[in-house]
Unconditional design. Sequence first.
Length: 203
Amino acid sequence: MSIRCSTMSRRAVAAVTLTAALSLTISGCGTDDGGKANDSGSSPSSAPSKSSEEDKGAKQEDTAAGANVDPNVKLAEVRGMGLTLVINQVKRDTGGFVTVQGEIKNVSDRVQNSSGWEGAETSISSANPNSVAGATLVDKVGKKRYYVLRDTESRCLCTTGISPLSVGESTPIFMQFPAPPNTTTEVDFNLPTFATTSLKISG
């Protein structure tokens, strides 16, 4: 799996700005049952400007995972609807992020698409079609659920523009979350349509 590094200063700055706000929102999402909570839908935002559309076009080029991920490292493997998801890296980054990277492979006998992976939150799914924006991390000890970071226009810091997967085809994915406290070393990871798995955080 060949993976390139993606860095976009404007989006990273926006993500850092939003991390504190997201953390405040997230703190109310934990429950005694491990932080399970329903995503609440919201109305789609107004039509984007031409510059926003151009930004989205640029973002489609920025959909690969980060650098130096060893595809032979398998931290977890889960199945879902004719697909397998292998997690290769879960790492704390500078700036208060946790980046999850992996690969999804079509192991069925028909073409598979990314339907559902973007989650049920309307504003997020509409801004991030064919993406993994619906992924979550749950800190069971701290009883908090963490959502994929997004910028001020609801665009996720994650892989987007995922094409339908032919039989046997795979695609690399990545997503960034606000980092749990340093004392939290293990989280539950879920991507819609896949089973939940436990991951250890490195770094």
